[in-house]
Design a protein around this ligand. Sequence first.
Ligand code: GLN
Length: 312
Amino acid sequence: MISKLQMEKLQTIYAQAHTMTSKGKAASYIPALAEADSTAFSVSMISMDDTIELGNCSETFTLQSVVKVLSFMVATHHHGIEEIMRYVDVEPTGDSFNSIVRLESNKNKPFNPMINAGAITIASLLPGQTMFEKVKSVTSFLEEILNKQVTINNEVYLSEYHSADYNRAIAYILQANGFLKSDVEVALQVYLQLCSISVNTSDLAKIALYLATNGHNSEAKCSKKIINFAKALMMTCGLYNFSGKFAAFVGLPAKSGVSGAIIAVVKDGEIEHLKGPIGIGLFGPAIDDVGNSVAGIDFLEKLSKEYDLFCL
Ligand code: GLN
């Protein structure tokens, strides 16, 4: 049992970060996300044998762009790194996540799987022919990591689908340039279904712990090489066009989503009574202009500094 005094430093970091929610607002491009309580902020941290929870960690929300890490791993496990790299590069862009501007450079190849262009290409490369099979390949992988069934939030999915002009435009450009392995509609629907998977912060922390331990002791099969590849992508491209600063100031592989979700991976650290590999899952729907949870980023910056987590 941990005493209150020991947790004081952590509680202070949490309380300070919580006040930052007033500096952002919930994503407004679809009603289903705009309705989120922008004052909410919760954090789960999980090591191999212990947990710390701050805030209401049972609240559910959608994975959004955090799922890009999982779909990248599933597609790469299926095809191998070499084949995947024929379709998508691993270079950061410094542009917003749904930017279309670079699709006519770099031989038209999407820059990386953490931006929409790369993630839509990856969606088309997932195992299976139909939308259902491709979605299932990722939900099954996630279910093995979490050891429970997952669901898709249909309201969010339909909202996404009916406001997907940018993503549809990206998918058509990808198809025209030979970077889709399925129809436009299949790739788009798979991508948006995956963005709409429901989770809580504890689920996020388990995904991060899976990455931190290179899949150790998990039913979900993925090679260490691919997991390391995914973490390198998170470090260089995981926080949209804030990735460089996040790597410099926080120094942890992380991935965010516009729902206000963030996962962060601590390979080997010590946070209060948690020791060794630690997975961190955060949810704070008030996001900044780039699309990252304001409270989440603030919390991770202070946590990394106070507990010396910088991994480079
Ligand atoms: N569904 C969102 C989109 O593609 C996800 C983006 C995100 O989380 N950055 O626009």
